[in-house]
Design a protein around this ligand. Structure first.
Ligand code: PEP
Length: 251
């Protein structure tokens, strides 16, 4: 049985005041979702605040990205060991915004996946197709290529130490959610693809859905057999909505 994971990706949003208010609501609301693992991924600069405010709460925190390097002359970057130093347990790698705005290749994302594991962080590997790729019927090819880059570098057993997030790019921040059937089709494809290499990894690994998930559509999505929770952008910025999604995953 895979425990659902609901992860909030705050992206570049927040202020000290709004972070305080959001975490106050999450701390309170998380008491209603004992069956769900809850995670927040704030902008780096708020991580110490998050660490302080979540002390003792059943909520984890993590980074939205990490450097390929451990330390050194890499202006503006934050490394895996630094995230661990501030209590992070997860880190997102290969988010589509990093793949597109920062031109991160499949190989770089795979190397970040490896760097995260090396630091003792659990990587959340984002994969997903653009609208154009979906319309060209290449969704499975794209997702397989993104996954295979990690498998080639790290091996299937190491992939199994992470979490996968299927995030169709056309559904991120657009209000257009994949239907539960569309999402399940891709999640089923991913699990089937992994099962061909290692059935234990395929059975155990959590595959989250991300893309305009909200309290009103979360239950139907997470109710699908291969959807093990969500990676939430916009709706993770309001405690009520984020906890509403966690409650949908708790049932
Ligand atoms: C995301 O960016 O990971 C995401 C899923 O965003 P949103 O929920 O806003 O679509």
């Amino acid at each position: 049985m895979r425990q659902p994971l609901v992860a909030g990706n705050w992206k570049m949003n927040g202020s000290r005041a709004s972070v305080f208010e959001l975490l106050t609501g999450i701390r309170e609301g998380v008491k209603t979702v004992p069956g769900v693992e809850v995670l927040v991924c704030p902008p780096y600069i708020y991580i110490p605040e998050v660490q302080g405010q979540l002390h003792g709460a059943p909520v984890s925190w993590g980074g939205q990205d990490l450097s390929l390097q451990e330390s050194g002359a890499y202006t503006g970057e934050v490394s895996g060991p630094m995230l661990v130093d501030f209590g992070c347990s997860y880190v997102i790698v290969g988010h589509s915004e990093r793949r597109s705005y920062h031109v991160e290749s499949d190989e770089q994302v795979a190397a970040k996946f490896a760097a995260a594991l090396q630091s003792g962080l659990t990587p959340i590997l984002c994969v997903g197709e653009t609208l154009e790729q979906r319309e060209q019927n290449t969704t499975e090819e794209v997702v397989a290529r993104q996954l295979n880059a990690v498998i080639e570098l790290c091996g299937i057993a190491m992939l199994g130490m992470g979490v996968i997030a299927y995030e169709p790019v056309w559904a991120i921040g657009t209000g257009k959610t994949a239907t539960p059937e569309q999402a399940q089709d891709v999640h089923g494809f991913i699990r089937g693809m992994l099962a061909q290499q290692d059935s234990a990894v395929a059975e155990k690994i959590r595959i989250l859905y991300g893309g305009s998930m909200k309290p009103s559509n979360a239950a139907e999505l997470i109710g699908k057999p291969d959807i093990d929770g969500g990676l939430i952008g916009g709706a993770s910025l309001k405690a009520e909505d984020f906890i509403g999604i966690c409650q949908a995953a708790n049932n």
